[in-house]
Design a protein around this ligand. Structure first.
Ligand code: UDP
Length: 512
């Protein structure tokens, strides 16, 4: 890209966004989508992250270069070994234990030196200094970087406004909620203050407002950094949760822009299939198989990037899928226990047993594109926000199987508020690593899996109503991302906001 292209493709100065994602697939993937969308809005983007994460998105980087997209991918040194993390553990899903997450989070500020060093280097390609920094809310250390550059700092939030509001309210009313759940015979209380009140459990209260002083200190640091941000971008869309957006804006007293579902950005199938990581399956084989299935007949089962199941649970799930009689795609990650004898043998045998009707993807699946295929009608999900949004965006109904953190609240949004899903019936956190200490290796028996899949894909009149609502949400999601739609305007408003700031403070940009 010539310096002329950089300066004046549309006869006006192109804005330059500096993006810093959290290194976790559920945060990295939408931020890469955001980078590409910003270029479609005629902006320049510098995308800065650590070497392991850059390697994972290599197909996207190569494609961006081949299409001359104005995105620079910048490598930031992340010295994880210095804080006692294993070499190469530069993403949360690569951590060998959940006990290391807080160390990882506290280590994020180590990226700062590398970023500042990069910003000091004069660039020969004629790229201007950044006009705006957009960082994941976990990168609290970016406050000082934006301040030094005298540019706005916007926060990118992975989850929905619904969750952000729950988090905000639970932390504000922690003492009363703690007392209410302790006094309740079923351990639940109603979270007031939401446009659509929901029941929350003791687990929800303590997950979002942790008692552990180190976790609570970390949360407070993030909260303070968020207070000083100029605005917030949310990967959600207005039509999905208009009142939550309204309430969250009131609470934060700053602009909150809807920009999603980011998974709907227009792109070639091959590029989209490489979101996050290169697919572990030959996409041609996958799509030939999907093309042979009836419309809306296939169930996708996938639990995101972090969740790991026990071997015993895997076996129950497999048999339940088999018994359901429905065609399925099952994404299988490595099992939770180390060195389980026979894990691979069992999966291979199972694969043979369901050949033709079931497809197993070991490792990384092109999830968003699978969900977008007309053959897919249902999704058994762990309720990570991106997975939910990808299903909503494609009008697919869900069977909700939460494991930890925000997933339980996300489930309530899908089942109780949006009414486009059925709950598998999990109530307790089942975190990677925690389960190792528990007796129960199986949370959901095969008969239960079979019953839930039947309810999801059939379900009589209630099932048809769920599918209609899901289809309608999908239509609204796609309209939101079209030119002139609510999320398209949301991103345009971000650009206008930064332009305005840039005009006001032109010439005051400070160099490192
Ligand atoms: N994903 C994928 N292939 C996989 C597993 C996950 O493409 O095999 C993507 C999925 O589409 C989503 C993200 O990884 O965009 C996972 O984010 P989510 O918030 O759903 O869950 P998390 O991994 O953070 O628990």
């Amino acid at each position: 890209m010539s310096s002329e292209d950089v300066q004046c493709s549309s006869k006006t100065k192109r804005l330059h966004f500096l993006l810093i994602p959290l290194m976790e697939q559920g945060h990295m993937i939408p931020m890469v989508d955001l980078a590409r969308l910003l270029t479609a809005h005629d902006s320049l983007v510098t995308f800065a992250t650590s070497p392991v994460n850059l390697n994972r998105i290599r197909p996207i980087i190569d494609q961006a270069a081949a299409s001359s997209l104005p995105i620079r991918f910048v490598e930031l040194r992340f010295p994880v070994v210095d804080v006692g993390l294993p070499e190469g553990c530069e993403s949360i899903d690569l951590l060998p234990s959940v006990d290391l997450i807080l160390i990882f989070m506290n280590a994020l500020s180590l990226l700062r030196n590398s970023l500042e060093a990069y910003l000091r280097i004069p660039n020969k390609a004629g790229w201007p200094k950044p006009d705006c920094l957009i960082s994941d809310n976990h990168h609290h250390w970016t406050v000082d970087v934006a301040r030094s550059l005298n540019i706005p700092r916007l926060i990118f939030h992975g989850p929905s406004c619904f969750f952000l509001l729950c988090d905000h309210l639970i932390n504000r009313h922690r003492a009363e909620l703690e007392a209410a759940v302790a006094a309740a015979s079923d351990g639940f209380t109603v979270l007031q203050g939401l446009p659509h009140p929901i029941r929350i459990s003791k687990q929800d209260v303590f997950t979002l407002s942790p008692l552990d002083p180190d976790k609570s200190k970390y949360k407070e640091t993030i909260r303070v950094a968020e207070e000083s941000a100029d605005g917030v971008l949310v990967n959600s869309f207005m039509e999905l949760e208009p009142k939550n957006f309204e309430r969250y804006r009131e609470e934060k007293s700053k602009p909150v822009w809807p920009v999603g579902p980011l998974s709907l950005y227009k792109e070639d199938l091959d590029v989209k299939a490489a979101r996050g990581r290169a697919s572990s399956i030959d996409n041609k084989i996958l799509f030939q198989w999907l093309d042979r299935q009836e419309v809306g007949s296939v169930v996708l089962v996938s639990f995101g990037s972090i969740v790991r199941n026990t071997m015993a649970q895997l076996i129950e799930l497999g048999h339940g899928l088999e018994a359901s009689g429905r065609p399925f795609i099952w994404v299988v990650k490595e099992v939770m226990e180390e060195n389980v004898p026979g894990a691979e043998v069992w999966i291979t045998e199972f694969e043979k047993m369901v050949e033709g009707r079931g497809m197993i993807i070991r490792g990384w699946a092109p999830q968003a594109v699978i969900l977008g295929h007309v053959a897919v009608g249902g999704f058994v999900t762990h309720c990570g926000w991106n997975s939910i949004l990808e299903a909503l965006a494609t009008g697919v109904v869900m069977a909700t199987w939460p494991h930890f953190y925000d997933q339980f609240l996300n489930e309530r949004l899908v089942v109780e508020v949006l009414k486009s899903g059925v709950a598998v019936g999990i109530e307790q956190t089942d975190y990677l690593g925690v389960e190792k200490h528990n007796e129960a290796k199986v949370k959901v028996r095969r008969e239960e899996v079979e019953r839930v899949v039947e309810n999801l894909m059939g379900g009589g009149e209630a099932g048809e109503e769920r599918r209609q609502r899901a289809r309608e949400l999908g239509r609204q999601a796609r309209a939101a991302m079209e030119e002139g739609g609510s999320s398209w305007k949301g991103l345009q408003d971000v650009i206008n906001y930064v332009s305005e700031h840039q005009r006001k403070y032109q010439g005051e940009n400070i160099s490192y």
